[in-house]
Design a protein around this ligand. Structure first.
Ligand SMILES: [Zn+2]
Length: 276
């Protein structure tokens, strides 16, 4: 059973949870670490013969085109994570269209490959922003991987289907949606195998979840991670207690945990899993 491995390529100061503390116009003043952290991920993938999808911010691709080409050259799929990490919930359809068009074009220009996949910042395709699916289809995307079918304080459509399926768009075409993996438990969907969940949940539970999805439900999982999650030395930002816990806890364990998953399960890009 093949699973999807995905990376949201952004730097440590660009995460959604920091957006009040760190305004966009100050990003240029931070010491960048995205390139070396992405190289660590590429090396880990290489070691375990894993291919995946790297959803790159347009802002990052404009500044590190060589890194984008290195991702391509290593055999991974390139997708976009939007231009400068604006949540879809803060944009109107016209602004969203500009955001995805610009980031798609930037990545295509620097890498010379077509970008067909999108991952929204902070899983911000929610019930109120489902119009985004129409825009993505009109802009030439073939799939989206932005819907988290859970109940959460910042994102999620709790009753959205849990596995890849076409979503009918207003213009009559069908975009594939690859929802973020969950486990069905006691009438609820629980996240378990990406980002902070991968860092903080017991590894026994994560492995049980992977087995359950692959062997019992016979479905692929999708794992997601950020380059900054492999970087315990990143400068600590002045944020609240809950954000601090979510962002910084177990950064020193991410690489080992990914290596464990990589050695026990098979991974490839979203594009390949969806047959696109
Ligand atoms: Zn992000």
């Amino acid at each position: 059973m093949l699973n999807a491995f995905s990376v949201d390529v952004e730097d440590y100061f660009q995460v959604g949870a920091f957006e009040r503390a760190i305004p966009r116009d100050t990003w240029g003043g931070f010491q960048p670490r995205v390139e070396r952290n992405t190289q660590r991920l590429l090396a880990l993938c290489e070691k375990h013969q894993v291919r995946g999808t790297f959803f790159v911010l347009g802002w990052v691709a404009e500044r590190w085109p060589e890194m984008v080409r290195a991702i391509r050259d290593a055999g991974h799929e390139l997708g976009t994570h939007g231009q400068d990490h604006r949540r879809v919930t803060t944009l109107n359809p016209r602004e969203f269209r500009e955001d995805v068009r610009r980031s798609k074009r930037t990545i295509e220009d620097v890498a010379g490959v077509e970008v067909i996949g999108y991952r929204a910042p902070n899983y911000s395709i929610v019930r109120e922003t489902l119009w985004a699916v129409d825009v993505l289809s009109e802009e030439g995307f073939q799939y989206d991987s932005s819907i988290f079918p859970i109940r959460h304080d910042h994102y999620g459509i709790p009753d959205f289907p849990r596995f890849p399926q076409p979503v009918k768009t207003g213009n009559g075409s069908a975009l594939q949606e690859f929802p973020i993996s969950t486990l069905r438990f006691a009438g609820m969907n629980l996240p378990f195998v990406g980002g902070g969940y991968l860092r903080q949940f017991p590894m026994q539970f994560i492995r049980w979840g992977m087995r359950h999805l692959n062997q019992r439900e016979r479905r692929p999982a999708i794992v997601y991670i950020h380059p900054w999650e492999l970087d315990p030395e990143q400068p600590v930002q002045p944020v609240g207690v809950l954000t601090r816990l979510r962002h910084y806890r177990n950064l020193d364990r991410t690489e080992d945990r990914l290596a464990t998953l990589f050695s026990e399960y098979a991974f490839t890009s979203c594009r390949e899993i969806l047959g696109l």
